[in-house]
Design a protein around this ligand. Structure first.
Ligand SMILES: [Zn+2]
Length: 350
């Protein structure tokens, strides 16, 4: 992180920006406005990545912001233009997401602060009143734009998420001697729930499933599984989770099993700002609108100021993988769109 901040910071300086690193290791480059009482337009994304990642998830958005600043250097803008490279968006260090942006917005809770070993991280906090708006460009990390044959998309909302840990507790038994009608098979019960989750009309994934004792000639006595449910509409996501919970309870009753069901994480949908989204879309030639299934710093920034996101098409939707890839021409389009959107904002606030 320190090396990345040093390198990108040197590019920011070369672009004529004042550069600082805050107490949460967010890198901030700034072109100051001469206008009195000017607020701050932030263009950002994150500079950290997961292990064995690609080149573009995060850094693309920071470098696009930097390229916009290079283009607009020397122009008098009615707002400060800041380019932010957020730290630890991925939760690599403490398994907490959006660490940098949440620290900057003063949104770290006691649980975070107890976890974090870097002292004084709360000093990264800044006033929300200084923020005019936030723009973030990011690779789509999905295959939709490629399928639509469009280089860019504009994000409507960052989908809310529920993460559930569930378990069916049945009874292990001999796979040869226990009649089919006398079993308490915990895996068959989980399978019923998983197949319904697939057809519920929300984005739902069971990514983990552990079978106990996990032996080929023993009836599964216990099955523990994860459930990740996402939708851009919170009510729809919650209704889907409640329906799956009721179904799981009914399956457990019918099969004579015990059910454990625990919601371990719940994040609300972050809606992008309507005006800003319209401006971005206009600048992008009526680019398609799409929700983001993945989380982004914009979800946190939207709590503090009007925020909008631009997606750049990525090859086959591959992300968090070294094969992550974007086309140079698409990046050039994204740069034009962001620049136009910033100039339009300047006109509106001038
Ligand atoms: Zn990212």
């Amino acid at each position: 992180m320190k090396r990345a901040n040093k390198l990108v910071g040197s590019w920011m300086r070369a672009a004529g920006m004042e550069v600082r690193v805050d107490a949460a290791f967010n890198l901030i480059g700034r072109l100051s406005s001469k206008k009195r009482g000017a607020k701050c337009l932030v263009i950002g994304s994150h500079l950290d990545t997961v292990c064995n990642a690609g080149k573009y998830d995060g850094p693309l958005g920071v470098l696009l912001g930097l390229a916009v600043a290079e283009r607009l250097r020397g122009r008098s803008l009615p707002f400060h233009l800041e380019v932010v490279g957020f730290s630890d968006e991925e939760g690599v260090r403490y398994h907490t997401t959006y660490l940098g942006s949440r620290a900057m917005l003063g949104l770290l809770g006691k649980r975070d602060l107890d976890l974090i070993r870097e002292k004084g991280i709360e000093k990264a906090r800044r006033s929300h009143r200084d923020l005019l708006a936030y723009l973030e460009a990011h690779i789509e990390q999905g295959p939709v734009l490629q399928r639509l044959r469009r280089p860019l998309g504009v994000v409507t909302a960052i989908a809310g998420q529920s993460r559930i840990r569930a378990a069916f507790i049945g009874r292990a038994g001999h796979a040869g001697t226990t009649p089919m009608t006398m079993r308490k098979d915990a895996l068959c019960a989980a399978a019923e729930v998983i197949l319904v989750a697939e057809k519920l009309g929300v984005v739902a994934t069971v990514g983990q499933c552990a079978v106990d004792p996990g032996v080929s000639n023993v009836i599964p006595g216990k099955t523990t599984f994860s459930l990740d449910v996402r939708d851009a509409k919170d009510a729809k996501r919650k209704a889907a989770c409640a329906k799956l919970h009721r179904l799981a309870a009914a399956v457990a009753r019918r099969r004579g099993l015990r059910l454990e069901w625990k919601v371990v994480q719940e994040t609300a949908t972050a809606s992008m700002d309507r005006n800003l989204t319209t401006a971005l879309r206009r600048a992008a030639g009526q680019a398609p609108l799409l929700p983001s299934g993945a989380g982004h710093d914009a979800a946190e920034m939207a709590l503090a100021c009007p925020s909008a996101m631009l997606f750049v098409r990525c090859k086959d939707g591959i992300s968090h993988h070294p094969d992550e890839s974007v086309r140079t021409a698409d990046v050039a389009s994204a740069l034009d769109v962001l620049t136009r959107a910033v100039l339009e904002l300047a006109e509106r606030h001038g």
